[in-house]
Ligand binder design. Sequence first.
Ligand code: SF4
Ligand code: FES
Length: 202
Amino acid sequence: MIPFKINEQEVEAQEGWTVLGTAKQYGIHIPTLCYHEAVTNSGACRLCVVEVREDNWSKVVISCMYPVREGITVSTDSDRVRNVRRWILEMLLAECPASVEIKKLAAEYGVSATRFAVKNPAEECMVCGLCVKVCQEVVGVSAITTIGRGVHKKIGTPYGKPSEPCVACGSCVSVCPTGAMRTRLDSIRGLGQAKTGHSHQA
Ligand code: SF4
Ligand code: FES
């Protein structure tokens, strides 16, 4: 077992555990968006940041990806962490300004506006890829996929066509942290247009 501290509490982790995984074992809250225990971590949203101190240095790391080490001290809600989270939430408000969930979360951190450019005021999707992973890794049908790269990355169906493998299980809707998939499932199945009126398929 690997001993270390989270918020001054002594904790122990097994080899290979992440800071987030250990915090969850001890009931210590760290906010997350793209994390789900049923799929591999992607580190896409960065909201789960924490501050890690070891010897004479400290840094802000993504807790769902960061493996624990003996003797580190983790702060889940320090001023530095909250500042980084506010900055991330501002970015998310610009990426998916129509998401009620993201607005609510941002409000909890006192963030109600963004300094970043908003490209699509109707966008709800943060392109975290959680829906794609659940469809692939849990349901096993790969009905949806990530299309494009960088700023052009989006969620859609292979070749932009209604997805035949989709079994309408709703797993993508239930894991989506922003509510975006709620309005897109019909368009994925070819049953109508996405409510957001996106130029892309999902
Ligand atoms: S639809 Fe939801 S789960 Fe899928 S990428 Fe967008 S925000 Fe993430
Ligand atoms: S929950 Fe860790 S990066 Fe999204």
